[in-house]
Design a protein around this ligand. Structure first.
Ligand code: DON
Length: 319
């Protein structure tokens, strides 16, 4: 038994040198400018393709960072994960599965064809149709209350007081006809649970919330830490529901890039067209990266490279 104990002890994992890894990743990718900054929302086109920042947040509350960490960017689709978590907390996983789904669409994130093919089932809460339906599902007295609950939830996860980027919000409201159409199409199939106009506006507002990589990494760390924030100690999501939120990220977090991402990197992640991305290694850490140029699926090129590098070096692949 003595030798058995000894061999078990030598197998114990040593903590990776996260500080060195983040620095190496920053050096390695800082001069890569592949991809294109999103311009279908006019205000997003103004962001510099050079912006590049990384934060890794561990489940024991440590932070490691590199690059332009003070630069804020709009959450865009990253917000969908945390409003899903709120819906999950309020309704539980069965209702989320029944009403929002847990399947890839196999089509772009704003596809109307996807909604039509399923007669209004959004397939998952991370495509635009499903995310707007999620917003409509949140328990609230009225429109103001719905927004207040969603923002308070984002704040609690980020351990910060977040604000809406008003120019981005206005720009997106002026150009969101496609999302309005998706919401109406879903409503025509009874897959919407409240006023469509209100939900589209609140969805657009949550997408326009500004964030930094540090705040985003802290949000991801809640999922890595069984639903409890390592930073403010609050249990923000029932521990039992964390696997379902991570499963939704694995299924659709990178849209039509999700399968390739899972195959090559093997950890749940979520992107936003503002250039942010967060990935979660359960019980270890979350990593957030900001770099605006996107690939054709709408995912930050450099964020994917950076996270793949760090995930590989820390043997994070779940499979
Ligand atoms: O609704 C939209 O199109 C944007 N507010 C968010 C889309 C998005 O971030 C998709 N991400 N990769």
């Amino acid at each position: 038994t003595a030798s058995l104990f000894f061999s078990a002890a030598t197998l114990a994992q040593t903590v990776p040198d996260y500080a060195a890894l983040i620095e190496q990743a920053h050096q390695k990718y800082k001069s890569n400018h592949d991809g294109n900054v999103a311009d279908y929302i006019p205000a997003l086109a103004a962001y510099s393709p050079n912006n590049f920042a990384i934060t890794l947040a561990t489940v024991d509350g440590k932070i490691y960072q590199a690059g332009d960490i003070s630069k804020a960017f709009p959450m865009e689709s990253l917000s969908k994960v945390f409003t899903l978590a709120l819906a999950m907390e309020q309704r539980g996983p069965q209702e989320v599965l029944d009403k929002l789904g847990a399947n890839a669409t196999g089509l772009p994130f704003n596809s109307g064809l996807a909604v039509e093919l399923t007669k209004g089932a959004p397939e998952n809460p991370l495509v635009n149709a499903g995310a707007m339906s999620t917003v409509s599902l949140i328990d609230a007295k009225d429109k103001t209350d719905r927004w207040n609950k969603i923002l308070a939830n984002l704040n609690a996860w980020a351990d910060a007081t977040l604000t809406v980027n008003e120019p981005v919000f206005r720009s997106e409201m002026e150009t969101n006809q496609h999302n309005q159409a998706l919401a109406q199409l879903m409503a025509s199939y009874n897959s919407f649970y409240g006023n469509t106009q209100d939900a589209v506006e609140i969805y657009t507002r949550q997408c326009s919330v500004d964030i930094t990589v540090e705040q985003l990494a802290k949000m991801g760390a809640v999922l890595a830490n069984k639903g409890k924030s390592p930073f403010n100690g609050k249990q923000l999501l029932n521990e039992r529901y964390v696997p379902q939120v991570l499963a939704e990220m694995a299924i659709a977090g990178l849209y039509d890039g999700s399968g390739k991402w899972l195959y090559t990197v093997g950890i749940p992640a979520k992107s936003g067209v503002g250039g942010g991305m967060v990935a979660v290694v359960p019980r270890q850490y979350a990593i957030a990266v900001y770099s605006p140029p996107l690939d054709s699926a709408g995912n930050s090129v450099r964020a994917q490279q950076t996270i793949e590098y760090v995930a590989h070096a820390t043997q994070a692949n779940l499979f």
